[in-house]
Write a protein that binds this ligand. Structure first.
Ligand code: ATP
Ligand code: MG
Length: 835
């Protein structure tokens, strides 16, 4: 590869250049946001190939998303040419799929294994819940899966859990009674073990298993481990701060760090090879995935974990203005126990941060849309250079409405993904069942899709039969003629189904059948397309389009993949993530991007709006009382702020709908943590604060219909009241007590404030007359309730207090409502009265 080394380091600063060229077994490039970590990692790979003389096949590069992998590969191709395509540049999950496809048989995974997505896993847990008869309201599939995921991220096996909590249980065993002794750990252990047992029987894995089972493979089969030790001489990991324990162990296993040998590259030869050289880059201030098991200690302990490790810090930021960096530095400085680092930039101070406090989430969206419009029309900013970020997906709705109203084109990242749509999942289920007939979840899914008279009864007859013959669900279907007492009305469609699946499989196995052809055949033969085409439902038309889209995706996959297979195609669909929907930055998409802060990791935009800067929204309500969770929220704020290159906007709303009610929101503490002189407030007070100051200024002011709000900053558009924009307002979403929660602080304007909004917005129910307790401060209110008190609730009726916890604004009481059940209620918002 003829490329002068100057081209790879000439435009880098000295620390960056040092990191690119460093020779040694373990390198940590630790640095703040936008300091060129990803850029340096990419250059280092090019350097390793061109200057160290490594082959592309000896390099394993791990990125956090598929999209980041694709970008890195592209950059590498432009740096060193097409050889880059022979390198493994991928996410952990994709790399593991490749490893398992090759050698998974050694640990009992047959080729063609299925990767279950979250919905599939939930179905599996529900089936188990059914058989074990436990309460899915108390133990929701989601919470059980979260637990199982924790175990897996820490490499805790089901066997270990069973040994500790349910030694008598054998996976696959019927009639075991769980949860009777009141120890949830026992239930988790049993369900975990049964879940693994059934995944294995279905020849399927979940996402976490991809990592766990690869570690298992490498540990169980020294020859396989040896193969990868010899193969990968350089392992490089981006976003290392968000790796979990299982991934950390995986890296060590792949690199052979624990396998002995010595780090001297000269030792590569006939005998044992030394460990691979490891480069990790990351920023502990950007660790934001603890809730998914990421362990910040991986980066903090790197120097202890890897012998002879070297750390190189980068401090110059190339992304943002000094103002943006100062804000980010000031916010993150509030986290304890971190190594202080100072980011600086040569870019100059730049513009101040623009801030705005809106009365409601709708008005916040309206203001943002107006700013974007102005930037676009007056300043010529491209829409694609603007990103709007928020803490939780649910916030996107009002933002979208605001943008739609202002006719600003946008693209939402996240939401229902293509591969999660019902019809697409149905088609994929056929394909999975073809590749892997043991896949019970998908086989069951398609048994009666489209409808062919095989309902729940037929399904359970088949299940029972499968159990009796000790086979999979498919075995039950294939031998349905042996089922006793089955009527011809069930047996005939069942045999036709078996026949069809058999023929589809034969079609797929003909060696020249391409994935796109198999997709087409499945859509036709299964009757999926026909059912949708016959339908009068307009939604079904777009479903037909989605299925045609699926066929196009398969065709595209074939074009880009030399040895395209159906199983390979299914893998690519299984590993798609939110971030993969992001538009290609090299082209102008002509759209504003809307996404969560988590999805924004690693990205940059000239103009960024950070929205919903409120206590309870961001930081998230869940995190506000736990210092470690609050620290993680603050890191998320740091990530958000540092996505901006030129201009940062921060906005908040004084009132936001939560759980169908409007709640008064206090400004985010992160706003206070930004030095005041960096912020240009276009409007600083909103909602209650504004009303209070207005009240002080003019105590006799009538807060009725139009009270004092029609100021210039308000600039409501003329079309305001009519559209869906207003009518979906956060106000009083059907509950008569909507504003109780909001305006509980005893100001007489509570009804008046809502009234004022009412006049501008779609019809809203007037709040109920303020009850006496509403005038009490929330802190005091909890003291009104003692265990044993009788209360009445608007919906649940009469109840008895069984617990009361003083958590200030978030005080919670637990009430037994008899036949309506025991409920935990947030005092601030619950429509309850003491009797
Ligand atoms: P994050 O922490 O957000 O992942 P990062 O540290 O990975 O950020 P990069 O994305 O690699 O940072 O770089 C940030 C921006 O700075 C990019 O636009 C990159 O091209 C640019 N950049 C990095 N180093 C240099 C340099 N030496 N000269 C010019 N531009 C640079
Ligand atoms: Mg990066």
């Amino acid at each position: 590869i003829a490329r002068p080394p100057e081209a790879l380091i000439g435009d880098l600063n000295p620390q960056q250049a040092e990191a690119v060229q460093y020779r040694g077994p373990a390198l940590l490039i630790g640095a703040g946001a936008g300091s060129g970590k990803t850029r340096v990692l990419t250059r280092r790979i090019a350097w390793i190939l061109t200057q160290f003389g490594a082959w592309p096949s000896q390099v394993l590069a791990i990125t956090f998303t598929n999209k980041a992998a694709a970008e890195m590969r592209e950059r590498l191709e432009s740096l060193i040419g097409p050889v880059a395509s022979r390198m493994w540049v991928s996410t952990f999950h994709s790399a593991c799929v490749r490893i398992l496809r090759r050698d998974g048989e050694r640990i009992g995974l047959k080729s063609g294994f299925t990767i279950y997505d979250t919905a599939d896993c939930e179905r599996l847990i529900k089936l188990i819940a059914n058989d074990f008869n436990f309460d899915v309201k108390r133990y929701t599939p989601r919470s059980i899966l979260a637990r199982i995921s924790d175990y897996k991220n820490n490499l805790t096996s089901a066997r270990e859990m069973l040994a500790q909590y349910a030694p008598d249980f054998k996976p696959g065993q019927r009639g075991y009674r769980v949860g009777r002794i009141g120890n949830p750990e026992e239930l988790y252990a049993v369900v975990y073990a049964e879940y693994q047992h059934r995944l294995a029987a279905a020849n399927a894995v979940d996402f976490d298993d991809l990592i766990v089972r690869t570690v298992e493979l490498l540990r169980a089969c020294p020859d396989v481990a040896e193969y990868y030790h010899r193969k990968f001489r350089y392992i490089l990991v981006d976003e290392y701060q968000d790796t979990n324990h299982a991934q950390y162990v995986l890296i060590r296993e792949l690199a052979g760090v624990d396998a002995g040998g010595h780090a001297d590259m000269g030792a590569v030869g006939a005998g044992r090879v030394g460990p691979a050289w490891i480069t990790v880059v990351g920023d502990s201030d950007q660790s934001i995935y603890a809730f998914r098991g990421a362990d910040i200690r991986n980066i903090q302990d790197f120097e202890q974990d890897f012998p002879n490790a070297k750390t190189i810090m980068l401090e110059q930021n190339y992304r943002s203005t000094q103002t943006i960096l100062d804000a980010a530095n000031a916010v993150i400085a509030h986290n304890e126990g971190r190594k202080p680092k100072r980011l600086w930039t040569a870019a100059g101070a730049g513009e101040q941060i623009t801030a705005y406090a809106a009365d409601t989430a709708q008005l916040e969206a309206h203001w943002i849309a107006a700013q974007i419009k102005r930037l676009h029309t007056d300043d010529g900013v491209r829409y694609s250079d603007i990103a709007v970020m928020y803490r939780a997906n649910a916030q996107s709705r009002s933002l979208e409405e605001g943008l739609i109203q202002a006719r600003v084109p946008y693209q939402l990242i996240g939401g229902t993904k293509f591969y999660e749509r019902r019809e697409v999942k149905d088609a994929l289920a056929y394909l999975q069942a073809i590749v892997n007939p043991a896949d019970d979840i998908n086989m069951r899914r398609i048994l009666n899709v489209p409808k062919r008279g095989l309902g729940a009864r037929a399904e359970s007859q088949v299940t029972l039969h499968a159990q009796q013959i000790g086979g999979t669900f498919w075995d039950g279907v294939a031998h349905a003629d042996q089922i006793e007492g089955m009527t011809a009305r069930t047996l005939n469609p069942l045999m036709r189904f078996a026949q069809m699946m058999q023929e589809l499989r034969e079609f797929a196995q003909e060696h020249d059948a391409k994935p796109s052809q198999i997709v087409a055949e499945v859509l036709e033969r299964s009757g999926l397309l026909e059912e949708l085409k016959k339908s009068q439902d307009p939604q079904d038309q777009s479903r037909v389009e989605n299925l045609s889209q699926l066929q196009s995706v398969a065709a595209e996959y074939e074009q880009n993949t030399p040895d395209a297979t159906l199983a390979g195609f299914l893998e690519t669909t299984a590993l798609v993530a939110d971030s993969d929907q992001l538009p290609d930055e090299s082209q102008d998409s002509g759209k504003v991007t809307l996404m969560t802060l988590h999805t924004a990791k690693g990205l940059e935009y000239p103009i960024v709006f950070l929205t919903g800067m409120e206590q309870g929204t961001f930081p998230h309500a869940r995190a506000m009382e736990d210092t470690s969770e609050l620290s993680e929220e603050r890191r998320l704020a740091y990530v958000g702020i540092t996505r901006a290159k030129r201009h940062l906007f921060v906005t908040r709303a004084a009132v936001r709908a939560q759980w169908g009610r409007s709640a008064e929101m206090m400004p985010s503490q992160f706003l206070d943590e930004i030095p005041a002189d960096l912020i240009d407030w276009k409007r600083k007070e909103a909602g209650m604060e504004r009303m209070r100051s207005g009240w002080r200024a003019n105590a006799s002011h009538d807060f009725g219909a139009h009270g004092g709000w029609n100021d210039d900053e308000f600039d409501a558009p003329s079309s305001f009241g009519g559209s869906s924009y207003g009518s979906r307002s956060s106000y009083g979403s059907g509950s008569s007590y909507g504003s109780r929660s909001t305006y509980g602080s005893g100001v007489r304007g509570s009804a008046a404030h809502a009234g004022k909004v009412t006049t501008r917005r779609a019809p809203v129910r007037q709040p109920a007359q303020p009850a006496s307790s509403l005038k009490t401060d929330n802190h005091l209110r909890i003291e009104d309730f003692a265990v044993g008190d009788k209360v009445t609730h608007d919906k649940f009726g009469l109840g008895t207090v069984v617990d009361a916890q003083d958590k200030g604004r978030n005080s919670v009481i637990t009430v037994d409502f008899g036949s309506s059940g025991v409920k935990r209620l947030m005092l601030r918002v619950a429509p309850i009265e003491k009797l």
